[in-house]
Design a protein. Structure first.
Length: 243
């Protein structure tokens, strides 16, 4: 799964990896020298200018600030409201990839390098550590994003949510299985009898449909080794009650 994601992102961005990831990921080094921005630690940029372009209602943050720690990444997400992870959706929004200031994989270095390892870790760790502040999900079109909870509650959910009974038949079956227990993608495929290679494409499409319509979410956990899916309302009931 990791290889598929990074291979797709490599193609989208014109090629940034020499080969597929070799390890589960490396935790980024957190640095201590910092200032304060939006109440959180952030490195002092050389030129702190935010060039904004209104496209699809979202601001694009260019170049600065330079992000090197988890807390800086948290502040960036909350400031941006919505940001891509490895992609900026062709300039429609800011992305972590564009602002994280850590070295890539060096010659002879094993694994992904500090930059990719940090971003991959932070995309899981941010919503797990601060579930009341940050949401991980996919927006229409399938792009994975991090989002401020207030934006999810006030703008994204009212605009994007589709009741599950209006989703595809396979999406409804997946949703029904998840009513019983959280499951990984592999567990869902086994439960539904969709274990053949020919089944993968339509399963992935239905799983993405449930994510983009805000009927399921990835479980916020620091301990899950693989993405584990839960009903959106079980993890974010307060969002639904606020509508």
């Amino acid at each position: 799964m990791l290889q598929t994601i990074f291979r797709a992102e490599t193609q989208r961005r014109g090629g940034i990896l020499e080969k597929s990831p070799e390890t589960e990921g490396q935790r980024a080094i957190h640095e201590n020298h910092s200032l304060q921005w939006a109440g959180h630690e952030i490195m002092p940029p050389s030129s702190f200018s935010l060039r904004l372009s209104c496209s699809a209602g979202l601001a694009r943050v260019m170049k600065d600030p330079k992000i090197r720690t988890l807390l800086q990444a948290k502040a960036f997400v909350l400031k941006s409201k919505v940001c891509g992870i490895f992609s900026d959706d062709k300039g429609q929004m800011p992305s972590l990839w564009d602002v994280v200031d850590l070295p890539g994989r060096q010659p002879g270095e094993k694994g992904w390098g500090q930059k990719i390892s940090a971003i991959w870790t932070w995309k899981n760790e941010l919503p797990a550590r601060w579930p009341d502040e940050i949401f991980y999900g996919k927006i229409p079109g399938g792009l994975a994003v991090l989002m401020a909870i207030d934006h999810l509650r006030e703008i994204h959910f009212p605009k994007t949510h589709v009741p599950v009974n209006q989703c595809s038949p396979l999406a409804q079956k997946i949703h029904a299985v998840l009513r019983l227990d959280p499951l990984t993608s592999r567990g869902l495929r086994q439960e539904l009898g969709l274990t053949e290679r020919s089944d993968k494409s339509r399963f992935d499409k239905a799983l993405q449909e449930l994510q983009t319509t805000l009927n399921i979410a990835r479980r916020n956990s620091l301990h899950d080794k693989n993405d584990t899916w839960v009903l959106f309302r079980e993890q974010h009931l307060e969002i639904i009650l606020a509508q």
